[in-house]
Design a protein around this ligand. Structure first.
Ligand SMILES: NC(=O)c1ccc[n+]([C@@H]2O[C@H](COP(=O)([O-])OP(=O)(O)OC[C@H]3O[C@@H](n4cnc5c(N)ncnc54)[C@H](O)[C@@H]3O)[C@@H](O)[C@H]2O)c1
Length: 325
């Protein structure tokens, strides 16, 4: 049954694609976003949009009452790993502190269903891959630590006041939705595919961080999930949480690609040659992060449809010309 869903961070990259998928599925949505990294133009004009901070409890309470919010999908966060290492308290405050305020507002209003954007960064340097959900969580940066603390906090809210929660631990979100003009647009951009696209556009060599990893070509391997497949995971998680299920799920395909493999896929799609230069590894970047995605497939029936590397690269490219400043 349809319900009114509050989407925090719905003007961001993954949030905006999920809003579009929710609306297409007939759900009613209200977006709350402070536009610190998101884009107003990414939210359709007929979707109610509230410009504000998730930590403003009076505002969030008013939004819940006015729209009759019954469930929340919570994307809003700061997510720059290097920034989190140089300013850890900023991340504790922005991610953990503000999520605590949001949860306080939900509790006060009697909203007891939430889907939360977690991350593979909760695992840190994995002991083994593919990574299962029961792998030890030892984040190697404050960003991952704040996400781990939020997961733990959600568990305590479940035990204390009956919150039903699902944390989706995304691996690498990628790709775009050209027909909806939705592309990945972060400033600064730390993610591989938009950085490669940027290098193509500016005719600068692409930067490859680390060529000495113990992998098949020496570059880091990641599990890329198309943003539309991530969106569908949220719709399934929301249904499951509404049915009272709680827990954490990896969202990944189980297949990993190296930096050079992604670069070469982009060259093939564009027919252009992309020069690259090798720089030292970035601190806290593990050699291989690949999900064991069996749990979400089994429990929630998730099936990625767009996450082959070619579709990811193609849609990232095709979404670009529409990008607005
Ligand atoms: N992109 C990835 O590969 C990836 C991987 C793992 C986890 N995640 C998580 O997924 C979520 C979404 O990521 P994204 O790539 O779409 O990021 P994004 O920066 O594009 O989106 C975040 C959105 O939240 C908004 N926001 C931030 N703080 C806010 C606040 N206090 N109040 C209201 N709005 C606020 C921003 O304006 C933005 O629209 C984040 O929580 C991120 O940590 C992303």
């Amino acid at each position: 049954m349809s319900s009114l869903i509050l989407v925090t961070g719905g003007a961001g990259y993954i949030g905006s694609v999920t809003v579009a998928e929710l609306v297409a599925a007939g759900e009613s949505v209200v977006v709350l976003d402070d536009l610190s990294t998101g884009h107003r133009s990414s939210v359709p004009s007929d979707v109610p949009f509230v410009h504000g901070d998730i930590a403003e409890e009076a505002l969030v309470g008013a939004v819940i009452r006015e729209y009759g919010v019954e469930a929340v999908i919570h994307f809003a966060a700061k997510s720059l790993v290097a920034e989190s290492a140089s300013d850890p308290l900023l991340y504790v405050q922005a991610n953990l502190g503000k999520t605590a305020s949001l949860l306080q507002s939900l509790k006060a209003a009697g909203v007891r269903t939430i889907v939360f954007s977690s991350t593979a960064a909760v695992y840190g340097e994995p002991d083994s891959v593919p990574i299962r959900e029961d792998h030890p969580r030892r984040p190697v940066n404050p960003y991952g630590l704040t996400k781990l603390w939020i997961e733990e906090t959600l568990g305590w809210c479940e035990r204390s006041w009956g919150l039903a929660w699902i944390a989706l631990r995304y691996f690498n979100a990628a790709g775009g939705v050209p027909e909806r003009q939705l592309a990945e647009r972060h400033h600064p951009e730390t993610h591989l595919i938009p950085r490669l696209l940027n290098a193509l556009e500016t005719h600068e060599p692409a930067e490859v961080f680390g060529r000495d990893y113990p992998t098949r070509d020496g570059t880091a391997i990641r599990d890329y999930v198309h943003v539309r497949d991530l969106a569908s995971a949220h719709l399934l998680a929301l249904e499951a949480a509404k049915g009272g299920r709680s827990g954490a799920y990896n969202v990944g395909t189980g297949e990993g690609y190296s930096v050079l493999e992604v670069l070469s896929a982009l060259e093939q799609e564009t027919g252009m040659r992309l020069e690259h230069r090798v720089l030292p590894r970035r601190a806290g970047d593990p050699a291989v992060l690949v999900a064991d995605g069996a749990k979400i497939r089994r429990d929630l029936g998730w099936q990625p449809q767009y996450s082959d590397l070619r579709s990811i690269v193609r849609t990232a490219l095709d979404a670009l010309p529409f990008a607005q400043p």
